[in-house]
Structures are given as structure tokens and as C-alpha cells.
Design a protein around this ligand. Structure first.
Ligand code: TXA
Ligand code: MG
Length: 321
């Protein structure tokens, strides 16, 4: 737990236009004052993020939404009431006070209240909404530990707050519930099944078009530096397949001689697998293997978001025809 003084200092850095990396329950965020266009511009520079990729605005409390954005649709209100603080990002109309750079010129804005005490105290102390993408360079693995942020962004960040490993380990689910038919724009830590219990059927449409409405949905994203291949079982790699390669398994250690193996959850628990996904990929990426071979996890609950990340990581190196 950072001392209040550290949080206070970090809040000052935010208020004066600086960049603060902070823990959330999903992944670490790279925060800037969302009311300050120049501060937001620094996020795009630090991440080398294309300007067409809009940021998520973070609030300290669900009660801060109405004063910022005014009235919202009943479904948005219901989802915020049910799941905030938590790993759900909602699309709302962009208020005047938020400069267009934050939303990449869109009339809409993504917003969420993170379920992490440091994050909420930081945002509350700053007294401003905080724009924050994941604290990694564009297209690369998301950070679930402070050390991932330091390794990936280093001097580009003014302050890194260490809150330990992220509990969910995978980004928030993004939902556009402004209209009559709620649409999931990005699969994430909040399972679709949970959303549907709260508001009825939703359509899942992550990255169905070439338009980068939510670039977390670009075909190639969330990628380690090492080429990643998605297979159905280690056997499919062949007899000598393991040599020099790393293997990312769901629950069972693979047969064969692999240079490195990461098991996401020996108990076969999808929540644990999601929490460990990026950490395991960061480790496999650091051991100097020629290729990471990964198997999908069961495609239910948060497992759908894990498989989504694995497919996009693989797509970087093996573009779909
Ligand atoms: O869990 C999370 O959401 C983490 C933590 C830090 O909160 N943040 C995160 O941000 O994943 P980022 O920038 O890596 O991904 C944000 C996604 C992008 O794919 C972006 O395109 C989409 O949100 N997005 C932002 N504003 C949008 C909008 N107005 N309409 C549709 N998609 C939007
Ligand atoms: Mg990201």
C-alpha cells in the first residue's frame, strides 16, 4: 500500500499535467488528467499510440458520472449501478469538458470506475477524471505488475505506483448500451454471462469491422515480442516441437521437452487463468525462446476474453488470410 504521501504526490503530478501509472483490478493504467488536452497528448506519445485509438476515462466513484456526462440511457445507468466499481467500461456521449483528443475525435466516450483502492484514492485526490489506457507500448502485452510498466515504458512515465499484481489480469469489458441493443465492443474481465443476467441479451461484436472503433479489437494486438502460435494441444506441434520453444498451457503440463512452460491454472480455474495470462506471457517473452506455443482455454465466461487475447497475439505473426 503506498503511503498517503505517495498517492498525494502522484495526484499532484496528475493535476499538473504529468503521467502516473497506477494499478487497477484489470491491468495497470497510464493516467493523465482527462480535462487537459496536453496531458492526454503525452499518453499517446509515451505509448506510441496512434491518435485514432480513444482513451478510457476513469472516475473515482459511480456518483461522479452524472455530474460529468449528464443523463444516460437506462441500460447504462443499470450497468453502472450493478458493476461499478468493476471491470466494465461503458460508452456514453462525450461531454464538452472532455477534450476531443481523449476520445480521438469521437462524440462518444468510454468511462469506468476501477475496483482498486489505490486507483480510486488517486483519482479522488487528483479531483479530476483520469484518462488511462493500459500502461504498455501500443500493441504489446498489457502490464499486470508495476515492473512490467517500468520495463515497457520506463522514463516516459513520471510516477509508477506499485499495487502488486492485478487481480483480474485482463482488461475491462467494453459495452455500448446507449441504444436499444447493447453491444459488447471488447470481451474482458466481466463475463458476457454476467452482463446478460443484468440487462438481458447483448450482442458480442469485438472487432467485427476493419474500423478501429476499439483498437483493443484490432486483429493484431496484445502481442509478445516473441512470435506466438495458437495450437490445439502440444501434440500438434510434433515430436521435437518443444526444442527452443515455450508453451503456454491452460491446466496440464504438456508432454515433450519445452524450453519453458507456463501453466495458467493447474486447478482449471478460468478466473485464475485470466489473472495469470499476461504475467505468464511476459515471462515466456523474457526467457529467449524462438516461439511461444499457446493453447486456448475453455471458451466460456472470462475464458472468452483470454482466447480473444491469444488470437490477437497470434495474429501479429500469422495474419489471417
Ligand atoms: O481495463 C481496462 O480497460 C484498462 C484499465 C487501465 O482501465 N484500460 C484499457 O485501455 O484497456 P486501453 O486504451 O488499452 O483500451 C481501451 C479500449 C481501446 O480499444 C479503445 O479503442 C476503446 O477502449 N475505446 C475507448 N473509447 C472508445 C469509444 N468512445 N468507443 C469505442 N471504443 C472506445
Ligand atoms: Mg491496451
Amino acid at each position: 500500500m503506498p503511503a498517503d504521501g505517495d498517492l498525494g504526490e502522484a495526484a499532484d503530478v496528475l493535476r499538473t499535467g504529468g503521467l502516473v501509472a497506477f494499478p487497477t483490478e484489470t491491468v495497470y493504467g497510464l493516467g493523465a488528467n482527462a480535462l487537459d488536452a496536453r496531458a492526454a497528448a503525452r499518453i499517446f506519445e509515451a505509448k506510441r499510440r496512434p491518435s485514432f485509438d480513444p482513451l478510457i476515462t476513469h472516475l473515482a466513484d459511480a456518483a461522479d458520472l452524472a455530474p460529468l456526462v449528464g443523463p444516460v440511457s437506462p441500460a447504462v445507468a443499470a450497468l453502472a449501478a450493478r458493476f461499478w466499481p468493476g471491470p466494465l467500461t461503458l460508452i456514453v456521449d462525450r461531454p464538452e469538458r472532455i477534450p476531443p483528443i481523449v476520445t480521438s475525435g469521437l462524440d462518444s466516450m468510454a468511462v469506468r470506475v476501477p475496483d482498486h483502492e489505490h486507483a480510486r484514492r488517486l483519482i479522488a485526490a487528483a479531483g479530476v477524471p483520469v484518462a488511462a489506457p493500459s500502461a504498455n507500448r501500443f500493441g504489446q502485452l498489457s502490464p499486470t505488475r508495476a515492473e512490467h510498466v517500468v520495463r515497457g515504458l520506463g522514463a516516459a512515465v513520471d510516477v509508477v505506483l506499485d499495487g502488486g499484481p492485478s487481480r483480474c489480469g485482463i482488461e475491462s469489458t467494453i459495452v455500448d448500451a446507449r441504444g436499444d441493443h447493447p453491444v459488447v465492443l471488447r470481451l474482458g474481465a466481466l463475463p458476457v454471462e454476467e452482463l446478460e443476467k443484468a440487462i438481458g441479451p447483448v450482442t458480442v461484436r469485438p472487432g467485427s469491422s476493419g474500423q478501429p472503433v476499439a483498437p483493443g479489437t484490432l486483429a493484431a494486438h496484445y502481442a509478445p515480442r516473441t512470435p506466438l502460435r495458437l495450437v490445439h494441444g502440444a501434440e500438434s506441434v510434433g515430436a521435437d516441437g518443444g526444442a527452443g520453444r515455450g508453451y503456454l498451457a491452460f491446466r496440464d503440463r504438456p508432454a515433450g521437452h519445452w524450453a519453458a512452460v507456463e501453466v495458467l491454472s493447474a486447478a482449471g480455474d478460468l478466473t485464475e487463468a485470466a489473472a495469470r495470462l499476461f504475467d505468464a506471457l511476459h515471462r515466456l517473452d523474457a526467457v529467449g525462446v524462438t516461439e511461444i506455443v499457446a493453447e486456448p482455454v475453455p471458451d466460456a465466461g472470462v475464458g472468452r476474453a483470454v482466447n480473444d487475447r491469444l488470437r490477437r497475439a497470434a495474429a501479429t505473426w500469422h495474419p489471417a488470410p
